[in-house]
Design a protein around this ligand. Structure first.
Ligand code: CMP
Length: 138
């Protein structure tokens, strides 16, 4: 069954001009981009998006980072999209990510790790409508 997941190219990767290379990896891996926009989050937006991490020690630093510059938000569609995109991203910490993954190639450290992806169906159903209405998904 076709599945949708929310992907973000984070401020570090956008600033480093890795957007094109990351999109190429997504399309070569069989994902269809059915929604995409470039936006800049406020600190408050970032806090709402990452509310699930509100009690973690990195919450303040993470939300400052995610609001420091433009990001690309995308909805990806594919069979098994959530799990397959997590595999393509690689481990949260780029030092632990496998060769050939996005975070291995483009991540700088555990926080500035180039990309985000929904980690479950539940998080996808919170994250996709956070950024996109149904008529923006084609
Ligand atoms: P992401 O997949 O977007 O989910 C939460 C983010 O918090 C994660 O990627 C990292 O950017 C950041 N993060 C996760 N763990 C840590 C950590 N231990 N220290 C700092 N940032 C982290």
């Amino acid at each position: 069954m076709l599945e949708r997941t929310l992907a973000i190219i984070k401020p570090d990767a956008v600033a480093s001009k890795y957007t094109g290379k990351i999109i190429e990896m997504l399309e070569e891996s069989g994902f269809s981009i059915i929604g995409m926009k470039k936006i800049k989050l406020s600190k408050e937006d970032a806090k709402k998006f990452y509310i699930v991490h509100k009690d973690r020690p990195f919450y303040d630093s993470l939300t400052t980072f995610m609001s420091e510059g433009p990001i690309i938000v995308m909805v990806l569609e594919k069979e098994n999209a959530i799990e397959d995109y997590r595999k393509l991203m690689g481990a949260t910490n780029p030092e632990e990510a496998e060769e050939g993954t996005i975070r291995k190639r483009f991540g700088k450290n555990i926080e500035r790790n180039a990309v985000h992806g929904s980690d479950s169906k539940e998080s996808a159903s919170f994250e996709i409508p956070f950024f996109f209405s149904e008529i923006e998904l084609v």
